[in-house]
Write a protein that binds this ligand. Structure first.
Ligand code: NIG
Ligand code: FE
Length: 367
């Protein structure tokens, strides 16, 4: 399942893996690192993160832990703070979170817009996101902001906002759920985005069972994300499609919601990804190791399945075959653990086990 190798070595040249094999056969190289039997993994691929925002919503989290329910309405608080922030503040916030992600072992990550919700604020969010990753996602259809009629807002998202954002985005996302967008609106948003050359993804079935997964499959989305509430029909639809089910256990953790049963998806043959969903409302974590531990403990994934979902699974969700695994010719994106086995990622929850992170052959975390 993971393609494990023991006593292995690899050679990096010009940012790429140029040799991979048994340590006894390793060819000569200019520099040599002995990992001392530590586990080496592909860098994590975090395929779902909302990093462009300002403000703090810790009080909302505390209120939830005191019994209040999460609603999509909280997004408006972050939208107000984000619109009021300067480009410099937003860029610094993204830089700080990206540094956290990389320190936690993520070497590829997606960044969504979705806290601007005007033409200029969405375009600016995506311009800033593009400074940090090629995997940028237009999420103008996060919620309908206050002060605008629903139909008018869908027209804006599918018209001028899309035109302004498409040059800075690879993907388009819609929050198809209670308090956000319905099936018809979601289809309209994704169809327009597709015509503009963006590939769909969907926030699906997070808050209740609804049409999100079916819409994602129907629209050929790369992924249906959250999948917290799934019917048997949803599982069958995913299994018969190329749409990846991206599970976001940080969101269930932080909203005290029931976790989805990943076993159901895996046993049906669905490709599963794990991602952080890093955002100020429902999952303010950048830690893929935490997501792996939660998925193993709470979602009935084996440790190997969770590690695969956090690497190759994330790559599938981003339709990438160059990251999420280690192979000759691929980028040298590596995590060296302070542990002899990948199992420790779930076995030692909450412990920072990342010893080194290599990104494109560059050592970006050492110790
Ligand atoms: O993925 N579900 C929609 N969007 C975010 C939460 C947004 C927020 O509350 O700020 C999510 O959980
Ligand atoms: Fe999200």
């Amino acid at each position: 399942m993971l393609g494990l190798r023991r006593d292995a070595a690899l050679v990096i040249d010009d940012g790429r893996i140029v040799w991979l094999g048994s340590a006894v056969d390793v060819p000569a190289a200019d520099e040599r690192w002995d990992c001392g039997g530590a586990c080496v993994l592909p860098g994590f691929v975090d395929s779902h993160a909302h990093l462009v925002f300002a403000g703090d919503r810790s009080a909302e989290f505390a209120a939830r832990m005191a019994g209040q329910q999460y609603t999509a309405g909280g997004i408006a608080t972050t939208v107000t703070a984000t619109r009021a922030a300067s480009d410099e503040v937003l860029r610094a916030n993204v830089a700080r979170l990206v540094a956290e992600l990389v320190r936690s072992g993520s070497t590829t990550f997606e960044i969504k817009s979705g806290y601007g919700l005007t033409v200029d604020d969405e375009a600016r969010s995506l311009r800033i996101a593009s400074d940090f990753t090629d995997e940028t996602t237009f999420l103008g259809a996060h919620v309908v902001p206050s002060g605008i009629d629903r139909a008018d807002y869908v027209d804006l998202v599918t018209g001028p906002m899309l035109t302004a954002c498409a040059p800075h985005a690879r993907w388009a996302d819609v929050f198809c759920d209670r308090g956000a967008f319905d099936a018809a609106e979601s289809r309209a948003v994704l169809a327009a985005a597709r015509s503009a050359g963006l590939v769909p993804r969907v926030h699906a079935n997070q808050l209740q069972h609804g049409p999100g997964v079916a819409v994602a499959v129907e629209m050929g989305a790369a992924s249906a994300d959250h999948c917290t509430h799934l019917s048997d029909a949803d599982v069958d639809l995913l299994a018969g499609s190329d749409t990846v089910a991206t599970l976001l256990p940080g969101a269930e953790f932080s909203t005290r919601s029931p976790y989805p049963d990943a076993r159901r998806l895996l046993d049906a043959g669905v490709t599963v990804a794990l991602a952080t969903d890093c955002n100020p409302g429902t999952s303010f974590t950048t830690s893929m190791p935490l997501c792996i531990a939660l998925a193993v403990r709470e979602m009935r994934m084996t440790v190997a399945e969770a590690v695969r979902a956090a690497t190759a699974g994330g790559a599938s969700a981003l339709q990438r075959d160059d990251v999420g695994r280690l192979f000759v010719g691929g980028p040298a994106d590596l995590v060296v653990l302070d542990a002899p086995s990948y199992i420790h990622l779930a076995y030692r929850p909450g412990v920072d086990l990342i010893r080194q992170v290599w990104r494109g052959g560059r050592l970006v975390r050492d110790g």
